[in-house]
Structures are given as C-alpha cells and as structure tokens.
Design a protein around this ligand. Structure first.
Ligand code: NAD
Length: 483
C-alpha cells in the first residue's frame, strides 16, 4: 500500500537560519521528499533567510549539496531536485538589524499560507517576531515554528512565551518536538484509542509498570560546550521523555483535536508527583577503549553535568496511582534505541504448574526501527508437554500492511506539513512546556544546591549500576538496551 498523499494549500515557507545545520540536514531534505511525493504545490516557495551574504543561486547550490548528502536515496532524482530547487529563494537577513527585511517583505505573498520557521538560537525569537510584525510581513493567520530548546527553566520558557505572545497568538505558534512527529508515536494513539482491546487494561489494575528508554551511542563531542550547560535532564527529559510519558498516560481525549489532546497531556504533567532524590540517578560517561570521557568531550575537567538520567515517577490520579513509570536516557550507551514498554501484571493464578511466570509486554519502538509488538504467552511448539514461552505479536505496520513500499515519513517533514495544514495536535502548547519545566526545575535546583556529582558509567554499558538498582529494589529489571 503506497501512502496516501493529501495535498496542502499553496504556501510560502520562510526558514530563518536556512543555511544552518538543522535546515541543511533535516528541514530541506524533508521538504524535498514531500515535494517528490507530490505534496508541495508548484506555486509554493521556500525562502531561506540567514546571515550568509549569498544570492538565491548560491543558496540553491548549497541546498543541492545538502540534499545530495543528507537526502537519502531519493536525492538521486536529479530532475526532481532541479525542479524543487527552482521553488527556492534566498534573502540575506539580519535578525537583530534592519538588513534584508524590506526585501523579505516584497518576496512573501500575503494571499497564501505563510509559515516562518525559526531555525535559529532562541535568543533571536523575539527579534524575528518583532520585525515580522513591524515590517507587516506576518499577519493574523501566519504560523511560526520554533525549535528546541524552549528555555532552560520555567522562567526563561515564560519569557520566550511572553515575547512570542507580543506578536502571535498561541494558535499561530508551533513548538516542535520531533519525537511527536514519529509515525509510531501516532500509531501508539491509534492502538490505544482505536481498539477495544487495550484501553480496558490501561490502568493500575492491569499495568505493573511502564519503562521509557531513549538510549544513544553517540557522546556529546561536537556540541560539548552547549550540552555542558544543559545536561540530559534539560536536553532530553523535560521535552522528549515527558512528551512520551504524556501520550502513554493521558486520558482519552474527546476527539483527536489539538486542544483536546494537549489538554489531556497537560493534566498528566500536573498530576506528576514531585520526585524523591533517591528515585533519580544521574550518570556521566567515563573514558574507555571506545573513546574519550564526557569531561574530555565537554572540555570541562570538573564538569558535574549529567549525560545520563534514570528515574522513577508516579502519576497521582485514579488511573495510575501505584504504577511506577521508569524513565531513562543517556549518551554513549550500549545501543541506539528508543522505546516505551507497557509491562502488564503477572497472572493472579497460573494453572500451568512449574512454568516460569510470563508477563505481557506492549513494546512501542521508536528507534532505530519503528514498530509495535505485543509479547504474549503461548505453548512452545512440539511434544514434551506444556512449556510456555513469550513471543512477540509483531505489529510493525509496514509488514502488517503487506507492502514494504509503505512510506515511513520522517518526523520533520510530517510536522512541517502539519504546520502548513494548520494542525497543532503534534506540537507543544505554551502551558505544557511551562508545566514540564515547573516539574523538572526543582529536580535540577536540588542537584545544584547539593552540588550533586553524577555516578560514572563506562561507555558502551547500560548506564551506572545505581540505575539498575532503581528497578532491582522494586523486584523489577530494565529491558535490555539493544538496537
Ligand atoms: P546553526 O548554528 O548551524 O545555524 C544557525 C543559523 O542561524 C544560520 O543559518 C545563521 O546564519 C543564522 N543566524 C545566526 N545569527 C543570525 C542573525 N543575527 N540573523 C539572521 N540569521 C542568523 O544552528 P542549527 O544547528 O541549525 O540550529 C538552529 C536551531 O535549531 C537552534 O535553536 C538549535 O538549538 C535548534 N536545533 C538544532 C538541531 C540540530 O540538529 N542542528 C536539533 C534540534 C534543535
């Protein structure tokens, strides 16, 4: 089954920071794939706007090289690429000064969907918003897209929200968390709310615990100086892991609409109990045969920044009371994998004497391969009596739908098309972001006040031993980190 392509309206998309790493690696290759699938109307335009003093031809050359490097197999379609590039323009612009704004105002049409992607440092958000407004480029129907990090604590996030709110309504602001653009994250909602099977079991009567793991094999090399001021809590937990937690734990919204979904996610964050210090483990990778230590990567020999966090959280509501949510994320771990595992309770009584107890597990895999599987207990085939074994019922959708052609759209391109359609469901609302910082701030402040030193772990391991103990103490164990 080839994915159905729903055309979007004619648009002008301005990418501030259009020469930057994110634009070249993700945004433009993603837009090219949407172009090839027929989703970009011929009149639509992409306008790069950045500091580099180049012209549109120079920009097209830069983007062509980026697409050839990062665009995957599709980039070999040279006819398609030239036609796509013909829809791209460039304006040199100074976000903090006046250069380029008159030219941009002349270029952007006001009778099509207008989207402005702020792929620049957050310190420029206010300058861009103010100039878009002052030069009458943006209107009440324009959309702006902003990137992470959305603040580094509640206070800075509030300031960013306030500065954007001076010129744009909440309904115009699209805060990207690319985890929400993943096919499987949306599939998780389809599985939960489109089947009668799961929802009755989705509570503290049947769920033993939930594990969310986002493990990376890479270190912080390259972005060490940025990361050292941030750490895993700010860089991963406050946004990606908390968003996944919200989706798995939220009540069914009345409909699949932006505010309905986001209202339910917000309620989850508000119901999170403050975390106890002994329910959280910070880690930092040591040097090993595999490579340098975190401190070497960050070029900070005394750094106390965490490259790993594991924690046990509780949600104070009727559905989840008593069910632990174990979250962990880290760099330079054993394998690159992101998954959510819903571990159901063991049977109250087993009729199969002498057989090891098996638990049903619904595992939602986000990375490296997207898919969902349900571990069920069956009889091991063959003679020799009743031996039980847990096997996965694989719901990886490409296989299930019987065609390897099913297009797994990259998160960025899906989200950008949602911006053009005006669908905010998969974007974070301002109050959600603030509530998430409101929960993580006291944890980070506690570490700072105690001058907490992270536990070390070897590169290529599953993290510090204390993280294993976090579950061991509860008579549980983490799922293996495997790619
Ligand atoms: P980058 O440093 O590679 O690019 C920055 C861009 O901003 C350049 O195009 C530059 O010309 C432009 N710029 C800087 N100052 C300007 C000014 N005064 N006026 C106009 N343009 C100006 O950064 P990046 O890695 O592309 O990241 C952009 C944003 O996206 C950042 O907020 C970053 O945190 C976020 N982000 C990046 C990634 C990634 O993978 N690169 C991932 C998630 C979020």
């Amino acid at each position: 089954m080839v994915a159905r392509v729903i055309p979007v309206e004619d648009f002008d998309l301005v990418i501030f920071g259009g020469t930057g790493d994110l634009a070249r690696r993700k945004i433009l290759p993603g837009l090219f794939r949407r172009y090839l699938s027929g989703q970009m109307p011929v009149e639509s335009r992409i306008i790069g706007a950045a500091r580099s003093d180049i012209d549109s031809d120079g920009y097209r050359t830069m983007i062509k090289e980026a697409i050839l490097e990062f665009g995957g197999e599709e980039s070999q379609d040279s006819n398609g690429l030239d036609a796509f590039l013909a829809q791209i323009e460039y304006v040199p612009i100074d976000a903090k000064g006046e250069g380029g704004w008159v030219e941009l105002a002349e270029l952007v049409r006001n009778d099509v969907v207008q989207a402005f992607y702020f792929s620049v440092a957050p310190s420029l958000f206010g300058d861009l918003a103010e100039r878009l407004h002052r030069h009458k480029i943006a209107s009440a129907t324009s959309r702006i897209v902003v990137e992470k990090p959305f603040g580094r604590d509640l206070e800075s996030a509030r300031k960013l929200n306030d500065v954007l709110a001076l010129h744009f309504d909440e309904g115009q602001i699209y805060r990207i968390d690319h985890y929400l653009g993943k096919e499987t994250v949306q599939n998780l909602m389809a599985v939960r709310f489109g089947n009668v099977l799961f929802e009755p079991l989705w509570n503290n009567h049947y769920v033993d615990h939930i594990q969310i793991t986002v493990a990376e094999t890479v270190g912080v090399g390259g972005r060490g100086s940025y990361y050292d001021k941030s750490g895993a809590m700010r860089d991963m937990v406050q946004n990606h892991l908390m968003q996944l937690l919200c989706l798995i734990a939220m009540e069914p919204p009345s409909q699949f609409g932006a505010d309905e979904v986001r209202d339910e996610k917000l309620k989850v964050i508000r119901a999170l109990e403050p975390i106890m210090p002994h329910h959280i483990v910070r880690g930092q990778y040591e040097n090993s045969a595999n490579g340098p230590s975190y401190r070497e990567d960050a070029e900070n020999p005394r750094s106390h920044t965490e490259s790993f966090v594991a924690m046990k959280c509780h949600i104070s509501n009727w559905r989840w009371s008593g069910v632990p949510f174990y979250l962990r994320t880290g760099k330079r771990l054993k394998a690159r994998t992101s998954e959510i595992a819903v571990v159901f309770k063991p049977l109250g009584h087993s009729i199969f004497e002498g057989q090891e107890e098996q638990q049903n597990i619904l595992a939602i895999h986000l990375q490296p391969n997207e898919g969902i599987d349900l571990q069920v207990t069956i009889k091991e085939p063959g003679p020799g009596g009743m031996r039980l074994v847990n096997v996965p019922l694989d719901m990886t959708f490409a296989e299930a739908l019987g065609d390897s052609d099913v297009e797994v759209t990259d998160a960025y391109e899906r989200l950008i098309m949602d911006v053009i359609r005006g669908n905010q469901t998969l974007f974070m609302r301002g109050d959600e972001v603030e509530a998430a910082w409101g929960w993580t701030d006291p944890i980070i402040e506690g570490w700072e006040a105690r001058n907490d030193v992270p536990k070390t772990y070897s590169a290529g391991s599953s993290g510090p031993d204390d993280a294993l103990m976090l579950l061991h103490r509860d008579g549980r164990k983490w799922r293996e980190i495997k790619g």
